[in-house]
Design a protein around this ligand. Structure first.
Ligand SMILES: [Zn+2]
Length: 396
């Protein structure tokens, strides 16, 4: 073969390979085109039902704490898989279906299937750098669909709370159905009352006072300054959540007693059982205030006290259980996580909420702190803690 022939042959081979390449590309493009240009549009509700049932999750309307039209759609919303605005009649394409499946498979093994879906979590904190997307997903694994977020700042004067509030409101606009924002103030700020009103007009659904906390405590909770805040709460019908410390700072008992009497129309919530599980079980102290003031609620959130709480539950579950049963219409569920860059981890958030849910509804359970004892409350009482009481307090 001459030189010329060899070049011709090579040119021929190049031409042939180009043709093959083009053909492959054409098939590829038409295949892609088939998927993207003619999507297998399907009904969202049907799709979700097949997805959940094929993964062993059979839902009915009775599994939800409030009436829902399509339980599968409601469950997907709780898991943050589809926007709250989606309707079961919506058509979704292949790409959306794939995204929903991937998201679902990522949390499938964490689902806490207790048939009490649509819980309202009444006590969590948000600081800028916290990831609410992630948190909503962790909460969704427990059927928690709405959450009160508190933009509190750092000691000693609640600093950075304004930045936290601004950040929280950005998230609240993104998740208007899931996030229930409360505002907060610095109790020593003479303009606290005016600020609270401004925040309520901006969308705050309640007020969180951190001033009763030992690290932040600087003035009495019945100060003139605070009375202006309570007046705003009365005027705008929003609840006031207070970190009171009835054992560590005993003078707060009389301060709060006076406040609750002077504002019978305002709903007050004392966090963490009024911090009466401290140096022993002193629930009789908070029972004194609950017995006297029908406008007072408490929450079960424990935050950094969780280990101590779990140890009291092991030591004397009956006393705590009887207390919760007695005041079942005045108790709210919460965990007291402080969302920030340090908590942006789905597993960590999930494990933390797992402890609080277990403590409420199981006799024995295991969470990140080990094998624990819980309150093992009846479904009817859980329904009140998770849903009926929060709904009443928030005026939903
Ligand atoms: Zn808290």
């Amino acid at each position: 073969m001459g030189l010329l022939g060899s070049v011709r042959q090579e040119q021929g081979m190049v031409r042939k390979s180009l043709l093959v390449l083009l053909a492959v590309a054409a098939v590829g493009f038409s295949f892609l085109g088939l998927r993207d240009l003619r999507p297998h549009s399907q009904d969202l509700g049907d799709y979700l039902q097949v997805l959940f049932v094929s993964n062993g999750i059979d839902l009915s309307q009775e599994d939800f704490l409030e009436p829902v039209e399509d339980p599968y759609l409601a469950f997907a919303e709780t898991l943050n898989l589809v926007p709250a605005s989606a309707q079961s009649g919506d058509r979704i394409n292949m790409r959306e279906a794939r995204r929903i499946s991937e998201q679902f498979l990522a949390v499938k093994d964490r689902l806490y299937l207790d048939g009490l879906y649509g819980k309202i979590d009444m006590h969590e904190h948000y600081q800028v750098t916290g990831n609410i997307d992630l948190f909503l997903r962790a909460l969704g694994c427990f059927g928690i669909s709405r959450v009160v977020l508190l933009p509190t700042g750092l000691p000693p004067d609640n600093r950075f709370y304004k930045a936290n509030w601004a950040g929280l409101m950005t998230w609240a606009k993104q998740y208007p159905d899931q996030i229930i924002p409360f505002c907060t103030i610095d109790e020593a700020d003479p303009h606290a009352g005016e600020l609270v009103e401004q925040y309520i007009l901006e969308g705050a659904k309640g007020i969180k006072l951190i001033g009763g906390h030992p690290y932040y405590y600087d003035e009495p909770l019945n100060s003139q300054n605070m009375y202006k805040v309570y007046e705003m709460a009365a005027e705008h019908h929003v609840p006031v959540l207070i970190h009171g410390e009835l054992i560590n700072i005993p003078e707060q008992y009389d301060q709060l007693d006076q406040v609750f009497s002077d504002f019978p129309g305002v709903t007050f919530i004392l966090a963490h059982y009024g911090v009466t599980l401290m140096g022993g079980i002193h629930l009789d102290v908070i029972a004194g205030l609950l017995g006297k003031h029908p406008n007072l609620y408490i929450d079960l959130s424990q935050g950094g006290f969780i280990r101590r709480y779990l140890s009291y539950l092991k030591e004397d579950p009956e006393t705590i259980r009887n207390f919760v049963i007695q005041y079942q219409d005045r108790i709210l569920f919460g965990s007291d996580v402080v969302l920030s860059i340090f908590t942006n981890d789905l597993n960590g958030l999930y494990q933390r909420i797992r402890c609080d849910i277990g403590a409420c509804q199981e006799a024995r359970f295991t969470c990140e702190f080990g094998a624990e004892q819980g309150l093992d409350l009846d479904r009817e009482i859980l329904r009140k803690l998770y849903y009926e009481n929060p709904k009443r307090v928030l005026g939903l």
